[in-house]
Design a binder for this molecule. Structure first.
Ligand code: BGC
Length: 750
């Protein structure tokens, strides 16, 4: 009994420490470290190496083998083990039947919902609403915990500038500031109160630079110079650490010639030595062994040596560690001290999560929480907030609820699985409400449905006749275009990012009916939809909205709410414009709109050497299809009266920048105001726009609100290749509705 109490003491003190300030925190950290050391002192080398292994379901040849491994302490975590009862039983065995009673971590990818599926992360990010996203992740954690899961491999916080990359769907977009805000929200939502049975350990992934895969082809090589690494890609990971993320996952990519799962510079120099990260770092699936294919390790033993030295504490799914770490010690290539360090990081997470403490029967909660009414209501609200209105000619949207007839057409109108998007292991298509179902329920026989195309890549025109007939009988057409969930996500990269198949052809046929044509796009990436945009009267970009797609879309289509979403990524006109992002540099020959000469306008037999020596494309020009931060509403907002509290910032002061935003339309809704800066001259060149703040607020028709942001010297800081600096000089500042429009001011930092 006494022993038992002592065992829980460090956790208790650690938690008190977390909530009651630094000194206690230091004491509790020291106590916890001492407890971990004592435990490690009791462990055999085999037990230590066991902790460093995460077994995937199916790894052991039978349940008996699995249980034997647990009893013998040969495994520290499981991945994808299913079933609350089974998980509880395995956990009970670890705690009661293994020699030292060390609990297990049960990990699973709960990326944007467990059973209640929220929009894909890129959709969630379009809400620019961190509290809504935090709540969604809390709900996901509560549902997952009810199945015994205590660790999820989220948030995914890679930054990408390439919509060809399938995993763009899992990101929160192209911007380091926006992603860092969502990182904090997601980590806090997932972990909640670590004392609570519904707390899940969060995992910041993939460390680091994975989103820069060349040509957007998944797993491809990345080259990221250190300023870009630190100013962009590492930023969200620092935010994850600050938010208390208990774990980090290394990535698959080769970064500047060194695979990230064996990269001492990122894993050791930056993460451990510079940032002093105390959490657990684990590999991605097989990413240790894959260093052999990368040409960085000669065999599994070599790969294990590289990874363990660089700082990977636990290996996911593969066996380089369990097969080789002991041998590496025997050969004197690594020390047992190094193993102790790695194991300490693993045990720390188990203590912090309270796994030694929490009674096993509590690990598996009641299943009533799954798909609770409040969860579905939040999924609907977040889906609604994630959709971005890209075009709305002649206020065609919202439609009147009194509409006499409506055509619902398109391959994504009734796709219960695909509307959930990528990375859905536990969502069930039977739980999805599709647009077809919702509109049918709302309109009865006034609704004319025809798929037109069975799925996005369908090349058969057999369905066109029915689709045109449905359109002919209707006052307006809702066309649900897009791509299935399988076309985005891991390993699902595309070189051509247009609407797949012959959707454009069907849209063009429907256009000929002369009926109002409203395009609703469900996709896992920003597709190049220039052609379709021109044909449609309105375009609502819905991403993959999740379980509640149908009701959320209907809420917007019939004007119960206005769309409020804004783009977390730049939309390109075509893949040839990639990469195109607002954080770009200016070049020595920036073009303005008047410099652009279109390829069709070049005189035949032109003998000129060039057309102005400016940085532009002869076909695309200089603008993207839609800029970062863009999104329309059913109302209009007017920005005015930009004010800066002072024109000069110094190292101890703050500038307050404010503007008035007025709702000059007829619809009560939210606006998302954005703050950007530009550092005009730097010791290395600086981006043309950097997002530094955003605020979402509600305005009644006619109402004006003053939106205000603070800029501190820290906000001007950047890594210049040698160190982080805040340089004196002149800055531009904007408050606006997106990354290109807005009110511009200026200030100096002295
Ligand atoms: C992915 C990770 C994921 C892991 C486990 C890997 O292929 O890259 O993001 O968490 O699998 O499913």
């Amino acid at each position: 009994m006494f022993q038992l109490k002592l065992k829980y003491l460090p956790l208790l003190i650690f938690l008190i420490g977390v909530f009651s300030g630094c000194q206690n925190e230091n004491e509790s950290t020291a106590l916890l470290d001492a407890e971990i050391k004592t435990l490690i002192g009791k462990m055999t080398l085999d037990e230590k190496i066991g902790q460093m292994f995460q077994a995937a379901d199916g790894f052991y040849s039978s349940e008996e083998e699995l249980k034997k491994a647990v009893r013998e302490g040969r495994v520290g975590s499981f991945l994808n083990i299913q079933g609350a009862e089974r998980v509880a039983e395995i956990q009970r065995m670890a705690k009661e039947e293994s020699r030292l009673g060390i609990p297990l971590l049960f990990g699973r990818d709960v990326i944007h919902g467990y059973r209640t599926i929220f929009p894909i992360p890129l959709g969630m990010a379009s809400s620019w609403d961190t509290s809504m996203v935090k709540k969604a992740m809390r709900i996901s954690a509560v549902e997952a915990a009810s199945m015994g899961i205590n660790w999820t491999f989220a948030p995914m916080i890679d930054i990408t500038w390439d919509p060809r990359w399938g995993r763009i769907a899992e990101t929160t977009g192209e911007d380091p500031f926006l992603t860092s805000q969502f990182t904090k929200a997601m980590v806090e939502g997932i972990q909640g109160d670590l004392n609570d049975p519904t707390a899940l350990a969060a995992c910041a992934k993939h460390f680091v630079g994975y989103g820069m895969a060349e040509a957007g082809r998944d797993y491809n090589t990345t080259y990221i110079p250190e300023p870009l690494l630190r100013n962009v890609h590492l930023k969200p990971f620092k935010a994850a650490q600050n938010a208390g993320a208990l774990t980090f996952m290394s990535a698959f990519n080769d970064l500047n010639g060194v695979p990230t799962s064996g990269n001492e510079f990122t894993l050791k120099t930056i993460l451990r030595d510079e940032w002093n990260y105390k959490g657990m770092v684990f590999s991605d699936w097989a990413s240790i062994e894959e260093m052999i294919s990368h040409g960085f390790a000669s065999d599994k033993k070599h790969a294990a040596e590289i990874a363990v030295k660089a700082g990977i504490d636990m290996e996911m799914a593969t066996t380089a560690y369990i097969e080789n770490l002991k041998k590496l010690i025997e050969e004197g290539k690594i020390s047992e001290e190094l193993i102790n360090e790695r194991v300490a990081n693993i045990l720390r997470v188990k203590f912090q999560l309270g796994l030694f403490d929490k009674p096993v029967e509590n690990t598996a909660l009641s299943t009533d929480t799954i798909l609770a009414g409040s969860h579905l209501a939040h999924a609907r609200e977040l889906a609604r907030n994630s959709m971005v209105l890209l075009k709305n000619s002649h206020h065609i949207l919202p439609l009147s609820k009194e509409i006499r007839s409506l055509a619902v057409i398109g391959p994504l109108a009734d796709a219960p699985h695909d509307q959930m998007g990528t990375w859905v292991f536990d969502g069930n298509e039977e739980d999805s409400e599709t647009p077809k179902t919702t509109f049918q329920n709302l309109l009865g026989n006034k609704l004319h449905y025809a798929a037109g195309l069975e799925y996005s890549r369908d090349k058969s025109k057999n369905g066109f006749i029915d689709a045109l007939a449905a359109a002919g009988k209707s006052d307006a057409i809702l066309f649900f275009a897009g791509e299935e969930s399988i076309l985005s996500g891991e390993a699902n990269s595309r070189g051509i990012i247009n609407l797949p198949g012959i959707q454009a052809e069907l849209i063009s046929e429907l256009k000929k009916t002369g009926k109002p044509l409203i395009l609703i796009v469900m996709a896992g990436r920003p597709l190049a939809i220039q052609q379709e945009l021109e044909m449609a009267d309105a375009v609502l970009y819905a991403w993959h909205p999740g379980t509640m797609a149908g009701p959320a879309i209907a809420d917007l289509v019939f004007g119960d709410y206005s769309p409020t979403g804004k783009l977390p990524v730049t939309f390109v006109k075509g893949a040839g414009q990639i990469p195109f992002y607002h954080y770009r540099k200016n070049t020595g020959r920036p073009a303005s709109k008047s410099d652009v000469i279109h390829i069709d306008d070049i005189p035949r037999n032109s003998k000129q050497l060039s057309l102005g020596f400016k940085s532009t494309h002869l076909d695309y020009g200089i603008e993207p299809l839609f800029p970062f931060g863009y999104g329309l509403s059913y109302t209009k907002f007017q920005y005015s009266n930009l004010k800066l509290s002072t024109k000069v910032l110094n190292s101890t002061s703050t500038i307050s920048v404010s503007a008035d935003v007025q709702n000059i339309g007829n619809f009560e809704t939210d606006e998302i105001a954005q703050l950007y800066i530009r550092d005009r001259v730097g010791s290395i060149t600086r981006p043309v726009k950097e997002l530094k703040g955003f605020k979402k607020f509600r305005l009644m028709p006619g109402e004006t609100k003053n939106v205000q942001f603070d800029i501190k010297p820290k906000d001007l800081e950047f890594f210049n290749g040698e160190k982080f600096v805040t340089e004196q000089g002149d800055f531009d500042v904007w408050i606006g509705p997106n990354s290109v429009d807005g009110l511009k001011g200026e200030f100096a930092f002295e």
